[in-house]
Design a protein around this ligand. Structure first.
Ligand code: GLN
Length: 535
C-alpha cells in the first residue's frame, strides 16, 4: 500500500474500558486480512516512560526487545499481533516536551515563540508518522491513553485532529471506545454518557466514525439507533463490545461478528478478503472447554491487582492453552505466607510461581514458598526476582549458608548470593538504568530448559539490577543447583534448575513478555504440563 493509514482509538466516560484490548483486537483482524499493522500507544502523562511508576498505580511495566519500558497495553499488542514493537511505539507527553525543550535550547526554532500549537502538536504528529515510516506498515493503530476531557490529553487530540485534516478522506479513522452503563435499579441501559463524551470530542473538532460501546448487557436496536442519531454515526458503526465471558481472546471474534473490520476497511478505502480467524476460534474453544484443569499459586506482593502481573497471568493461560488445560490462578500474598506458613496457602496447588518484584516486603514469604515447592516436589517457575529467591533459598537451606540474601534486601548479608554488578553500583538515576531488553542466553545440554526451547541459544528480555553472585557459583552448583543458562560469554547466570524434581526452573529474564496465546512460551508450556502431571 502506498500511503500508510492511521486509526486513532480514544476512550470516553471512564478509564479501564479496555481500549488497549480493542485496539489490539482490531490489529488481529486487520493482520488476518493480510495487512501489515503497527500498534502504538500515546500516553498523555509527563513521565518520560512508565518505568518509574509504581505497579499499584499503573500496573505492570512491559519491556520490549530494545529495552523500552512501556505501558502494559503494548503487551496486548504483542500478544494479539505480530507487530514488531520498539521504543517508538510507546510515546508519552513527557518525551514530547523533553524533545521540544531540547530543540528550543539548541536554537532549532530560530527565535520563534515556542507553543503547544504548533510545536508540541507537530512533534506529536512526527512521532506518529515515524512509526509507519520505520516499520513500513500499511496501517498504524494509535491508542490515546487517558479519557477524553483530560486537560493533559488536549494537545494530543489536537494533533490527531490535524492529521485527519492533513490526510483527508480514507487516510485516517477515529474510533471512540465508550461506556454504555446498565443502571440496575432502573433496569435500563443509558446512552447519555456516550453522547456527552462524543460531544466533548466534537468540541475539539474530532467526529468519531466508529463507536465501540462497552456494556455488560446486549445493546438493543432502539438503543443503537439512539446512539447513532445523537452521536452522528451510522447505526452499523455502533459496535457492541460486551464484557467477555471466558477470556479476552474472544474480543477479536466478537468484533468480527459486529463487522467492525469490514467497516474499518470501507472507511479507509481498502478492498481486502475477510479475516481468517480459524486459529483464534481454536484458542477460544480450548479456553471454553478445556480437557483438564489445574490450580497454580502465584506468590507475589501486588496480588490484589489484576494488572500488576498482567503478562505473567496471560503467559500461564497460554501454557494452559498449549496443554488443553484450564488454569485457575490462585493469588497468594507473600505476607500471608510469612504469617501462616507456606503449607496453609499452597497445599493443593499443582504448581507454584514467584514473579518479578522490587523491595523488601514479602521477601521471606516468597523464600518459604520456594522451599515448600522444592521440598514437596511441586513444580516451580521463578521469574526474575523468582530466580533470585530460588537461589537464596537454595543457598540458605541446602548449602547451609546462613543469612544468605540479595544485597537489595540486606546490604550486610554474610552471603550475598545475589548482588549488584560493578556497572550498576555507580547508577544514581532511576529512569531506564536497569539491565533492560533482549539479550542472548546459552542453555546447557541436558537441561529442562534446553529441551523445552529446543534450542541452545535463545533471546529473552530483562529488567533488573541484581545478579547471581559468581563468587558462589561453584559452591551452589556443587550442592546441586544446575546453572542451566548463562550469557554467551558465560559471565552471568541466567537460568537455574533443580535435578530430581518434577519441574524446577527459574530465569533471571522475563519469559512472560514473549508468550502468545497461539505460541505459548516453552517455559510456561512445560510448567503447566508438569503441574498437570502432578495433579
Ligand atoms: N529486584 C530485582 C532486581 O532488580 C528483581 C527485578 C525483577 O524481578 N524484575 O534485580
Amino acid at each position: 500500500m502506498s500511503q500508510p493509514k492511521y486509526i486513532f482509538v480514544t476512550g470516553g466516560v471512564v478509564s479501564s474500558l479496555g481500549k488497549g484490548l480493542t485496539a489490539a483486537s482490531l490489529g488481529t483482524l486487520l493482520e488476518n486480512r493480510g495487512l501489515k499493522v503497527s500498534l502504538m500507544k500515546f500516553d498523555p502523562y509527563l513521565n518520560v516512560d512508565p518505568g518509574t511508576m509504581n505497579p499499584f498505580q499503573h500496573g505492570e511495566v512491559y519491556v520490549l526487545d530494545d529495552g523500552a519500558e512501556t505501558d502494559l497495553d503494548l503487551g496486548h499488542y504483542e500478544r494479539f499481533t505480530d507487530s514488531k514493537l520498539a521504543r517508538v511505539n510507546s510515546v508519552t507527553s513527557g518525551q514530547i516536551y523533553q524533545a521540544v525543550l531540547e530543540n528550543e535550547r539548541k536554537g532549532d526554532y530560530l527565535g520563534q515563540t515556542v507553543q503547544v500549537i504548533p510545536h508540541v502538536t507537530n512533534e506529536i504528529k512526527r512521532r506518529i508518522k515515524e512509526v509507519a515510516k520505520r516499520q513500513q506498515t500499511d496501517v498504524v493503530i494509535c491508542e490515546i491513553g487517558g479519557t477524553t476531557g483530560d486537560i493533559e490529553g488536549l494537545p494530543v487530540l489536537e494533533a490527531i485532529r490535524e492529521m485527519g485534516h492533513d490526510l483527508g478522506p480514507g487516510g485516517t479513522l477515529f474510533i471512540h471506545v465508550t461506556l454504555v452503563p446498565y443502571i440496575r435499579v432502573a433496569g435500563e441501559i443509558k446512552t447519555k454518557p456516550t453522547q456527552q463524551s462524543v460531544a466533548k470530542l466534537r468540541e475539539i473538532g474530532i467526529t468519531p466514525q466508529i463507536l465501540v460501546c462497552r456494556s455488560e448487557k446486549p445493546i438493543e436496536k432502539s438503543v443503537r439507533a439512539k446512539i447513532a442519531l445523537f452521536c452522528n454515526v451510522a447505526e452499523e458503526a455502533v459496535i457492541e463490545e460486551q464484557d467477555v465471558k471466558t477470556s479476552i481472546y474472544e474480543v477479536p471474534l466478537m468484533l468480527q461478528r459486529e463487522k467492525m473490520d469490514e467497516l474499518v476497511c470501507r472507511w479507509l478505502h481498502m478492498k481486502l478478503p475477510p479475516a481468517r480467524m480459524g486459529e483464534w476460534k481454536r484458542i477460544v474453544r480450548r479456553l471454553e472447554q478445556p480437557k483438564h484443569n489445574v490450580r497454580i499459586g502465584v506468590v507475589g506482593k501486588y496480588v490484589g491487582l489484576q494488572d500488576a502481573y498482567k503478562s505473567v497471568y496471560e503467559a500461564i493461560c497460554h501454557g494452559g492453552i498449549a496443554n488443553d488445560t484450564g488454569v485457575e490462578v490462585v493469588k497468594v500474598d507473600a505476607e500471608d505466607i510469612e504469617r501462616d506458613g507456606a503449607a496453609k496457602h499452597l497445599r493443593g496447588m499443582a504448581g507454584v510461581l514467584v514473579p518479578g518484584g522490587f523491595g523488601n516486603r514479602g521477601i521471606e514469604g516468597k523464600i518459604e514458598a520456594v522451599r515448600y515447592a522444592r521440598e514437596n516436589k511441586v513444580p516451580y517457575l521463578g521469574l526474575c526476582l523468582g530466580m533470585q529467591i530460588a537461589t537464596i533459598e537454595f543457598a540458605r537451606n541446602v548449602c547451609g549458608l546462613q543469612g544468605a540474601h540479595s544485597t537489595e534486601f540486606d546490604s550486610k548479608s554474610p552471603h550475598p548470593v545475589i548482588c549488584l554488578l560493578e556497572e550498576q553500583k555507580h547508577v544514581k538515576k532511576m529512569g531506564a538504568t536497569m539491565r533492560l531488553g533482549a539479550q542472548w542466553c546459552r542453555l546447557a545440554a541436558g537441561t529442562t530448559s534446553r529441551k523445552l526451547y529446543g534450542n541452545e541459544i535463545v533471546s529473552e528480555r530483562h529488567r533488573h539490577r541484581y545478579e547471581f553472585n559468581n563468587d558462589y557459583r561453584d559452591q551452589i552448583a556443587t550442592a546441586g543447583l544446575v546453572l542451566a543458562g548463562t550469557t554467551l560469554d558465560g559471565e552471568l547466570v541466567e537460568v537455574v534448575e533443580l535435578k530430581n524434581h518434577p519441574f524446577f526452573a527459574a530465569s533471571q529474564f522475563h519469559p512472560e513478555f514473549k508468550s502468545k496465546p497461539h505460541r505459548a512460551h516453552p517455559l510456561f508450556r512445560g510448567f503447566v504440563a508438569a503441574a498437570l502431571k502432578r495433579k
